[in-house]
Design a protein around this ligand. Sequence first.
Ligand code: ARG
Length: 440
Amino acid sequence: MGDSVLSGPLWSGRLEGGLHVDVLALSQSLDVDQRLLPYDVAASQAHVRMLGRQGIIAAAEANAIVAALETVVVESDATDEDVHSLIERQLVAALGDTGRRVHAGRSRNDQVATAFRLWCRAHAYRLGLATAELQAVLVARARSDGSTVLPAFTHLQRAQPVPLAHHLAAHGWALQRDVQRFEAAGRSADVSPLGAGALAGSSLPLDPVSVAAELGMSGSFANSLDAVSDRDFAVDLSYACAVCLVHCSRMGEELILWTSQEFAWASLADDVATGSSMMPQKKNPDVAELARGRAGTAIGRLTGLLATLKGLPLAYNRDLQEDKQGVFEQVDATIGVLRMLCLAYGGLTFNAEQMRAAAADGATVATDVAEALVRGGMPFRDAHAEVARRIAAGERFAAPTPEEAIAARQGPGMPGRVGEQLDALESAIAATKALSPPIP
Ligand code: ARG
């Protein structure tokens, strides 16, 4: 009692006095959701234009509100509960009673769902492009250094020789699935909840379909309760980011191994490597470790979002305010890590001699030797046993060479035909880059 209170939140008519400052501190989300501002402004403009078209407010007032929305900014000393409150406060400050008309037929529940969907749609598009950038770096390195031969592993034990191009392309295909997941997440966000109101729509003659069209969205909600409580679009983007970061983490782990003195297959460019504050000799792959580390945090964010949603009764619940911070953080992390890997792979020096020496140990072609016996008519199990015996007795095979073993693998998707894969990846990258950006 007696602690200072904030007066005048949007909903203050029903309650006496103001909100306790400690409650405001816990419940305010402006520091997080201010990133929605341009998207909320666009959605508010579409809503207000519709109110004007439908005769719910006068055309001149609609025009004035649309224009005033262009001037809304987040002031550094703003203490509003959330970005939606901030926008309405500034409209009222600029336009007086006209500003007080903006919220007709709308609730912050459909408003926040719309702004967050627009944000997710825009960032799903950016994530697709950022992923394509890394694919392009991998393909470029495959073109420049791809004929280098290395032993690919199972169980991190030397298995069979492949060209470096095949190995780099493998990451490119994993990233291509990420591109598809980002595109799917963008489509998932591309439905407008505006008009669902708090949960059950409005008795005013709204036209939600025209609002959706104005926002360039594929359609308007099918059910108002679902529209304000659905966060599947956020889960989809969160999942897509988590999987992409898992791929980046695996690439990071590989950079850590390959640049270790024990492997010495590659070295990082100096501008992405880090040193030690104590050990003068150190050149550390912190960038790759950060890729691995961010993936762990992102997986936690996906789990957190699902946990937020799992117990919610229909329709809107304030728990949903927790939906944004994790997704924002995941998207930032994914874009940052993709960029970092572009720099790391772009500047990597491959130690071709060391890689080839590992592939040419006379054992990685053991399967090829066994298959030669099969071509001569021996059952594979017998051929396997014979080659295993010879290896165990210390024999190493001079033929085929790793290059010959690679050239003999000519099936689709196999290392002997890696050039086709690089062409296909290049077409996929071009298709991603040709997509038109969503507005807003
Ligand atoms: N800041 C809130 C959120 O992000 C906006 C919706 C608030 N609605 C409410 N009925 N209190 O979810």
